[in-house]
Design a protein. Structure first.
Ligand code: AQP
Length: 333
């Protein structure tokens, strides 16, 4: 079975619709056909200053939410990144292989550091794609299911893996990004030309999965649409309606063509109500299941402990091979 690895940051009280459609939904499918490793990347979350109690809560909420969204700890290896110290160890090795110039070209770093200014940008934000490369290669992953915004980071991972292999001998599997076109990028409801993102200036265009139904209904009903009346998919001229069509289609399973036919002659109001219903119906059971899992923290931690042990078994092997290839002297046992 081919191996899959992906991670998600516990940097919000809930995942948003973009995280689910761009990434987690693929994770659920891939666990059926692949040897899948999924982690809550809490070390990456340290690139944003967070209260310890908040980080702790968000990490557990993230893990519970992943299970509620369909990850089955019996079918995949689900763990918390900081439980596997090999991530940091391989991260350092890759930092010593990555060029300053190539790390500087990461557009996510450029965008985020520009927003907060150089003095408030930590070095960890700069090196985060390299730690991410370590997250992936530690498990010799073949595929990395992510949203479109992560494509450049996967390219960096491939470059680092190829460089290591050609300098020190075949050590790493070179992974490929697994990005589904249909939901590669879900956009903000208030600014449908920008990706839905938890760090958007306003939360009004972000659908948080764990929010109460009435909040999300209100957000969808106030989504920015376009002039005109037709409900047709046209990303260039009708980005708002196109985004809502993508969301409806992804969650309901109806094709965009079917939806266009179904809503021919109807108004934006009717269409938004239908999108709101699809979204709230889809996520109501997820919210409930997340709450149930969080209510028994000991059981949740036990599930994660099993996952970390499985992850460490693989990670330790890759790290030992890497150190040996580099000429680092192993300790005498
Ligand atoms: N809008 C999106 N459409 C499709 N996929 C998306 N992803 C994020 N936003 C969208 C995918 O979600 C996964 C988790 O990524 P993460 O843990 O790095 O979360 P994130 O990228 O930090 O989420 P945000 O909201 O995009 O955060 P900021 O604002 O900090 O950049 C990834 O696979 C990502 O592609």
């Amino acid at each position: 079975m081919k191996r899959v690895l992906s991670g998600i940051q516990p940097t919000a009280e809930s995942f948003h619709l973009g995280n689910y459609l761009g990434a987690v939904r693929q994770w659920v499918e891939l666990q059926k056909t692949h040897d899948a490793f999924y982690c809550v990347v809490d070390l990456h979350a340290l690139t944003v200053e967070t209260e310890p109690a908040v980080l702790r809560r968000r990490t557990l909420v993230a893990a519970a939410q992943l299970i509620a969204l369909g990850l089955d700890p019996d079918k995949c290896t689900l763990f918390i990144q900081s439980h596997v110290p090999e991530h940091n160890q391989l991260g350092w090795v890759l930092e010593c292989l990555a060029g300053f110039g190539e790390a500087s070209r990461m557009t996510q770093f450029k965008d985020k550091s520009q927003k907060s200014g150089a003095d408030r940008t930590v070095v960890g934000l700069f090196t985060y794609p390299i730690l991410q490369a370590a997250d992936i290669m530690l498990y010799q992953a073949n595929l990395v299911p992510v949203g479109e915004d992560q494509r450049q980071h996967i390219e960096l991972t491939r470059d680092l893996g190829q460089r290591f292999n050609s300098r020190y001998g075949q050590t790493f599997v070179i992974p490929e990004a697994y990005i589904l076109k249909s939901a590669a990028k879900i956009n903000d409801l208030q600014d449908p030309t920008a990706k839905m993102s938890k760090s958007a200036a306003s939360n009004a265009g972000v659908i948080d999965i764990l929010d109460a139904a009435d909040i999300n209904v209100k957000k969808i009903k106030s989504a920015v649409t376009d002039t005109g009346k037709e409900i047709v998919f046209d990303e260039k001229n009708k980005p708002g309606i196109s985004n809502l069509l993508s969301i409806h289609s992804a969650l309901s399973g109806n094709s965009i063509k079917d939806l266009e036919n179904q809503f021919a002659g109807k108004g934006y109001g009717d269409f938004k109500s239908a999108v709101a219903e699809v979204v709230t119906d889809f996520f109501a059971p997820v919210r409930q299941k997340t709450q149930e899992l969080l209510a028994d923290e000991a059981a949740l931690l036990q599930l994660l402990a099993v996952g970390s042990q499985k992850a460490r078994d693989v990670a330790a092997k890759t790290l030992a091979q890497t150190y040996s290839a580099l000429g680092l002297v192993p300790p005498k046992l």
